[in-house]
Design a protein around this ligand. Structure first.
Ligand code: NDP
Length: 334
């Protein structure tokens, strides 16, 4: 019996990680911010016994000592997967809303594990392509070898704070392991835009996760007149992201490594065309067929070979991902 602590269990990505962990035979304790969210998760897994799945409350990962109790368990934890971090566009205070929870959440859980959970062998952290990309001077080919050079000052800008939060959080994790030499090693999963089915028991349309919002907007006719700019031209399906987290605890060689998990390039125009082809009944909601694609001719490339070679990830097609995403959104009433 191998036991995993999964933070942010109510999140879009974490809900999929949780299911892959259970499928692979792990016992899981997940952190959530409220009893209500914890209950929803247990209710959605009625045949999973409580020794295999339970939750603990961590209301705010930015608080000093937030994880000190959560990392203690009987039997004790073998692995920790830390996904919880803010991802939305509702910035009031860059430090309080983004930088603190991302950075203090990460260093806080690492400190707590070192102090109170000596049996933990590896910690896997959900980082991001945001910690790789250099939006002011794009690389020709992006891979996990690269780092976003963003500064603390630049990260105060509301448009850049999310990328700053992910960059500084991941850096602080690698620094912690190097300086503190804890009994665990570290792996990070760095996905770009994550698409894929939402987990229905956690989501309502009003609270759809940030990265699927563009698909929801397309099928609700909100991008009919004007297709918003794609932004980042790389994507991955949430099921591959979830599997990558679990493989990162299962594969010994994953320790000490970052993994850039991406299926490849995409544009919002391509999303619209896939929906047009596969859901003809949604035609009236979609932008016109002749709307131009915004993929730049010199768009950056990507190198995802490490995720394939070390973690054994097989990436599904954009079409399969979009079809399943739309299906899941229609099921909650989009
Ligand atoms: P969600 O918003 O669905 O999940 C975020 C999770 O973090 C939620 O469980 C949320 O809890 C929790 N959380 C946020 N802030 C706090 C806090 N202060 N205290 C406690 N819990 C908190 O987003 P995703 O699933 O998309 O994101 C999960 C991770 O993946 C994040 O680290 C994100 O940066 C990363 N990521 C996501 C990508 C994407 O395209 N989706 C791309 C690359 C990386 P609650 O719901 O209760 O607020």
């Amino acid at each position: 019996m191998v036991k995993v602590l999964l933070t942010g269990g109510s999140g879009f990505i974490a809900a999929h990680v949780l299911d892959v962990l259970l499928e692979h035979g792990f016992d899981v304790v997940t952190t959530v911010r409220s009893e209500e969210k914890g209950r929803k998760i247990l209710d959605a897994h009625p045949s999973t016994p409580k020794e295999k799945l339970s939750y603990v409350i961590v209301e705010d990962i930015a608080k000093e000592g937030a994880f000190d109790e959560a990392v203690k368990s009987d039997p004790p934890f073998d692995f920790v997967i830390h996904t919880a971090s803010p991802f939305h566009f509702n910035v009031q205070d860059p430090v309080k809303d983004f930088l603190d929870p991302a950075i203090k959440g990460t260093t806080g859980i690492l400190k707590a594990i070192k102090a109170h959970a000596p049996t933990v062998k590896r910690v896997v952290i959900t980082s991001s392509f945001a910690a790789i990309i250099n939006p002011h001077n794009h690389a020709e080919v992006y891979s996990e070898k690269l780092w976003n050079p963003i500064t603390w000052e630049e990260a105060q800008d509301h448009a850049q704070v999310y990328r700053g939060s992910k960059t500084f959080a991941e850096k602080s994790a690698w620094e912690f392991v190097e300086k503190e030499k804890p009994g665990f090693d570290l792996a990070t999963i760095n996905p770009p835009l994550v698409l894929g089915p939402i987990v229905h028991y956690l989501n309502s349309l009003e609270a759809i996760n940030t990265s699927n919002a563009r698909v929801k907007d397309l099928i609700q006719g909100k991008s009919k007149e004007k297709l918003p700019p794609t932004g980042t031209y790389l994507w991955v399906d949430v099921r591959e992201v979830a599997l990558a987290h679990v493989r990162a605890i299962e594969v010994p060689e994953a320790g000490g490594q970052r993994f850039f998990v991406t299926a490849g390039q995409f544009t919002n125009k391509q999303l619209a065309e896939i929906i047009r082809e596969t859901y003809p009944e949604l035609e009236s909601k979609l932008p016109p067929k002749d709307i131009p694609d915004d993929l730049p001719a010199n768009v950056y490339g990507f190198d995802n070979t490490k995720s394939i070679d070390v973690l054994g990830i097989k990436y599904r097609s954009l079409k399969d991902s979009v079809v399943d995403t739309v299906k899941s959104l229609l099921a909650v009433g989009a």
